[in-house]
Design a protein around this ligand. Structure first.
Ligand SMILES: [Zn+2]
Length: 297
């Protein structure tokens, strides 16, 4: 069992949409948070896991993720590295080696199963959606007002909506917007405070009234440590979970045990992916239902 300090918190984040929308909506939406554990032991935690099965909640997954990182401050560290990472990792085995044209969804789905080539996040394809490779599609650097303290409901969600409303972001069903913060900027949620209680989270904000998609998936990545390899853990973790459970708990999640989403079972375990150029990237491993083990150790 993970220690108290490394426990993963999945809990309800009550969203009051009434301050965002002209029509009221009472939606309880679940945000998935990861804890900010003891960073000194993150490379050594490879304890055996109990049998765990992630189950599918019937909601959408992201088929071919299109990542647009948002740097919430021009001084945000590791911007070039993040662009390189998202570009490399979305076109790597972290997604899966199999790619499929959507027009041949069923036949390719069956072919892939026959070839037993499912691995990593593509294992979590659904009856109607295959998860394949994705890409980096752009980035955005905030040059306007920068807040030092942001609350998820009061600041982060309205901020994402404002970018959509301004046309800076044009989300589609594959879009994922991880927001990277500079060191010292604090984000709070009902689950606590960045770099104290969590190292990142992903969620989605209602955008049906201002865009072509009902919900827009975003991530929050505070900079807790000036170490790129440590930072790549929450970065890859939230990416994998945004793909497999973009609207938290409607996608893939363990429902029988309190271990959460695909990467929560591998919190702060050292993993590695080699990209198509041979470059090695530090990542959070992801859980395989099929193999009952972590990938990318
Ligand atoms: Zn997680």
């Amino acid at each position: 069992m993970p220690s108290q300090s490394n426990a993963t918190f999945n809990f309800l984040s009550s969203i009051n949409l009434s301050h965002l929308l002209s029509r009221s909506a009472s939606t309880d939406f679940i945000s998935s948070f990861r804890s900010f554990g003891n960073l000194s032991d993150w490379t050594t935690k490879k304890e055996k896991r109990d049998t765990v099965n992630l189950t599918y909640g019937g909601g959408p997954v992201i088929s071919n993720v299109e990542v647009t990182p948002i740097f919430y401050d021009a001084s945000t560290r590791f911007q070039p590295e993040m662009l390189n990472f998202y570009s490399a990792i979305t076109d790597s085995v972290y997604m899966n080696a199999c790619q499929f044209p959507s027009s041949h969804l069923t036949s390719f789905f069956l072919l892939c199963r026959l070839l037993k080539s499912f691995s990593s996040v593509q294992e979590y394809s659904t009856q109607t959606q295959l998860i394949g490779r994705g890409k980096l599609v752009g980035s955005y650097v905030e040059t306007g007002t920068i807040k030092g303290n942001l609350n998820d409901a009061n600041d982060v969600r309205p901020y994402v909506r404002s970018l959509v409303e301004q046309g800076i972001l044009n989300p589609n069903s594959n879009s994922y917007y991880p927001i990277h913060f500079t060191k010292g900027i604090n984000i709070t949620t009902s689950g606590g405070r960045s770099c104290v209680n969590f190292a990142g989270y992903h969620s989605a904000v209602y955008t049906a009234d201002i865009s072509g998609v009902d919900w827009t998936a975003y991530g929050v990545i505070p900079l807790c440590d000036d170490n790129l390899n440590i930072m790549l853990h929450p970065v890859s973790h939230e990416l994998a979970e945004a793909i497999t459970d973009p609207f938290p708990e409607s996608g893939w999640k363990s429902r029988s045990k309190s271990v959460g989403e695909i990467a929560d079972l591998c919190n702060w375990v050292g993993g590695q992916v080699v990209d198509s150029t041979g470059k090695k990237w530090e990542v959070e491993p992801v859980w395989s239902n099929k193999q009952q083990k972590m990938h990318f150790l």
